[in-house]
Design a binder for this molecule. Structure first.
Ligand code: 8YV
Length: 348
């Protein structure tokens, strides 16, 4: 028979168990679409929300009919399409991990008054630094120089071939938003001559503005792609733009694979119509065309623009802040611009 003390302990444990259950029910239910999610990030999410990991759901139909209606928020690291949005019938907010949100069907969200947020600004300097890393590595042939040692060429053949400077390089920026402007600032440290092409001329910018992308490509030595992805920019860097850069020109893509016609690019690389290429993004990530492997003039990176511990943590904090603000008082810090009208209506 239980002693009095044992009985009290038992009752307390029952109460605590019930309290935990109640607390869990108070936490909002969110769906994590989690391609880039690391374990410590998952712990942070779980401490604040009741999380279901999309990739762990065994039977989607069961999930949608049993618990789909309880999901009110989505944190996504790799987008969300119209079909999935339509299955989550009580969805109120989609918090995107990244500044680019071309993989989110914002129109489908807006039709249901679902707020979409993203993570601008906190990654500007990091992505700009990665761009400079790619530019320097491409122009100074860092990988070939490393291989020069590993392959024994330094001992057998002597000094490595000379490369080209980025000092005073004439760079054209395709896209001149927050990250484009951060890249321009960093290029100034190398005395680069900067031009840009964007939909509109930016007031207060002293750099040369090109209304026409092809014309800019003809006049610069290096084209840096840093414009949002999506239908408006799909394949705007086409064969003619790549050929205009020419056999001495350099193309850097740090934006989205969709902006460059990848097939045309592979063709131009193979036929030596473009001098050097550095790519951080691809049309069908994580698939990269094999034709681009092991070439001295092609530098490949697996979408690392913002991928430092420090910057990814800042992005994560903003993803969570947007969700918490929404659940606390229906506000968010960084909505995507398309949501401004909806936000104004909610707050009026
Ligand atoms: C992230 C990015 O790698 O912010 C973006 O748009 O492309 C990157 O910073 C990506 O969003 C991962 O979720």
């Amino acid at each position: 028979m239980k002693t009095h003390l044992q009985l009290v302990r038992y009752l307390i444990s029952l109460v605590v168990e019930q309290l935990i259950k109640i607390m869990q029910n108070l936490k909002p239910n969110i769906l994590l679409i989690s391609r880039y999610l690391s374990d410590n990030y998952l712990d942070i999410f779980q401490s604040k929300f009741n999380c279901t990991i999309f990739e762990d759901i065994k039977n989607l139909d069961n999930f949608f009919s049993n618990s789909g209606t309880s999901i009110t928020g989505v944190a996504t690291f790799s987008g969300i399409n119209k079909k999935l949005i339509s299955k989550l019938t009580n969805l109120k907010i989609i918090s995107c991990f990244g500044v680019g949100y071309d993989s989110i069907d914002v129109n489908a969200a807006l039709e249901r008054n679902i707020i979409v947020t993203h993570t601008p600004n906190v990654l500007n300097e990091e992505v700009a630094s990665t761009t400079l890393l790619l530019l320097l590595a491409a122009k100074r042939q860092l990988i070939s120089n490393y291989n020069w040692i590993i392959d024994g060429n330094w001992e057998k053949k002597g000094n490595a071939p000379l490369t080209n400077t980025i000092e005073k390089l004439h760079v054209g920026l395709l896209g001149y938003g927050r990250i484009g402007q951060a890249i321009a600032r960093k290029l100034l440290a190398f005395n680069c001559n900067i031009s840009y092409h964007a939909r509109n001329k930016v007031e207060n910018s002293s750099y040369k503005y090109y209304k026409n992308l092809l014309e800019m490509a003809r006049n610069v030595e290096c084209l840096i792609v840093i414009t949002p992805g999506g239908p408006d920019t799909e394949k705007i860097v086409d064969k003619s733009v790549i050929e205009a850069l020419g056999p001495k020109g350099t193309l850097i893509n740090i934006a989205r694979g969709s902006v460059v016609d990848e097939k045309a690019l592979v063709d131009c690389v193979i036929n030596k119509k473009i001098g050097s290429v550095a790519l951080d993004v691809f049309e069908n990530e994580p698939k990269v065309p094999r034709e681009l492997f092991n070439l001295d003039n092609v530098l490949l990176a697996p979408h690392i623009g913002s991928s430092t511990h420090e910057t990814r943590k800042a992005m994560l904090d903003l993803v969570i802040e947007n969700l918490e603000l929404y659940y606390n008082n229906k506000r968010v810090r960084t909505p995507v611009p398309e949501c401004n009208k909806l936000i104004n209506e909610i707050y009026k």
